[in-house]
Design a protein around this ligand. Structure first.
Ligand SMILES: [Zn+2]
Length: 71
């Protein structure tokens, strides 16, 4: 029973990570790039709120490109 439960958890997390990758964005009118890590150099320059969202959501909000430091 314990093994079954662990397998279900692993499967659920695996699927959600693949389809809904999380990125960081700086909530600002001038920001247009997303970041893969929360402690990125580009994000440290953000004077506004830093938000963690899914990549899909970031694209919808207009954050279409990966930040220059993480390429
Ligand atoms: Zn970055």
């Amino acid at each position: 029973m314990k093994i079954l439960l662990i397998s279900i958890i692993v499967i659920l997390f695996g699927v959600s990570n693949k389809n809904d990758k999380e990125v960081y964005i700086c909530v600002s009118k001038t920001a247009a790039k997303y970041h893969l890590t929360g402690d990125c150099k580009g994000l440290s320059e953000c004077t506004h709120t830093i938000k963690k969202v899914s990549l899909k959501k970031a694209n919808e909000l207009g954050y279409k490109n990966l930040c220059g430091y993480e390429k």
